[in-house]
Design a protein around this ligand. Structure first.
Ligand code: FO1
Length: 309
């Protein structure tokens, strides 16, 4: 069993690579839920949907989120009615949120709804929310104002400095069914190249998961989402710096050293391998830019091989 801790776009690409080299029934994704947001009466789970849409080939490849061949008529009607609809929900994507919101209201858990969505799109791998209880990433801006993650990421286009991040509700969030076992029983646990602060952070903060990972640290491996000091997509590099950490593979190694024994870094960061080792994590240098499905498959192969005994 390969268990992959996943956020959104980068993790979805990594998972698509993993599924080219590992039978799907041997892959479990534990996905961040702290980006989830309630908008216009709908429960949206961006990271879960991005993973399911990507793995089923339904993703809009330009945006990296939402469905392809999308139209925006419902949103247009909302705006015509004077609603400030700043989070772009496509008409097809709204179908997913209506399905999820209706079943949640009928009492199904997020795990059960997610399993139905994954099965409906023909996925063979397991997609587990990190928790069935609500966790909400709250971002404190440098100005001191605290806002929700999607307000920061989308409405403000993350074009603003932050001074803090917290995961509201995480204290009472338990691992969703199967999550702890997926970590404890995995041959290898991979932390996918997602934002360490707001995509992987909320997963590691769920009760007992960091401890379960630490207990098998030498069979866990992370892929750095920071290459040459920068994030390939999104604000991970700026967030690390604004939180007083280093936006580099060394900064990532420091963040993950309690839960992984190995960090895969890109060839451009090969000169930092000794510094990663000094931070207490074994560096493995490999091409980490997933510029094609073959590159993603090769990265997944190398990442698992780095720790599989
Ligand atoms: N990202 C944007 O930058 N702008 C959007 O309008 C937007 C809408 C959206 C709708 C559904 C969905 O599943 C994802 C969406 N995203 C959008 C991406 C989302 O904010 C990010 O995927 C994560 O939350 C960060 O990984």
């Amino acid at each position: 069993m390969i268990t992959v801790l996943a956020g959104g776009v980068g993790a979805a690409r990594y998972l698509a690579g993993q599924l080219q080299v590992t039978p799907s029934d041997e892959v479990t994704a534990v996905v961040n839920v702290a980006d989830d947001v309630e908008l216009h009466g709908l429960h949206v789970s961006p990271d879960i949907d991005t993973v399911i849409y990507t793995l089923s080939g339904a993703i809009d490849t330009e945006r990296g989120w939402g469905l392809s061949d999308e139209t925006w008529n419902a949103l247009g009607e909302l705006r015509a009615l004077g609603i400030d609809a700043w989070f772009n929900l496509g008409d097809r994507d709204i179908g997913t949120h209506l399905f999820r919101t209706t079943l949640l209201r009928e009492g199904l858990s997020l795990s059960e709804v997610t399993a139905r969505l994954a099965a409906a799109r023909g996925l063979g791998c397991r997609i587990l929310p990190a928790s069935d209880q609500p966790i909400e990433t709250r971002v404190t801006l440098a100005s001191g104002t605290e806002i929700g993650f999607q307000e920061y990421f989308v409405r403000l286009a993350h074009d603003v400095a932050i001074s803090g991040v917290r995961f509201a509700g995480v204290e009472s969030a338990r691992p969703a069914p199967g999550v702890r076992e997926a970590i404890v029983d995995a041959d290898v646990v991979v932390i996918a190249p997602s934002n360490p602060v707001v995509s992987i952070g909320p997963v590691l903060a769920v009760d007992g998961l960091a401890e379960s990972l630490a207990a098998r640290r030498d069979r866990n491996v992370a892929v750095s989402p920071i290459v040459g000091g920068a994030a390939l997509k999104g604000p991970a590099d700026r967030m690390l710096r604004e939180l007083g950490e280093e936006s580099s593979v060394v900064g990532v190694a420091r963040r993950y050293r309690d839960v992984v024994g190995t960090l895969v870094i890109d060839e451009v960061d090969a000169d930092l391998a000794p510094a990663v080792a000094d931070a207490g994590v074994r560096p493995v240098v490999a091409p980490t830019i997933m510029s094609s499905p073959e590159a993603a498959a090769d990265l997944a192969r190398r990442t698992v091989a780095a720790v599989a005994s």
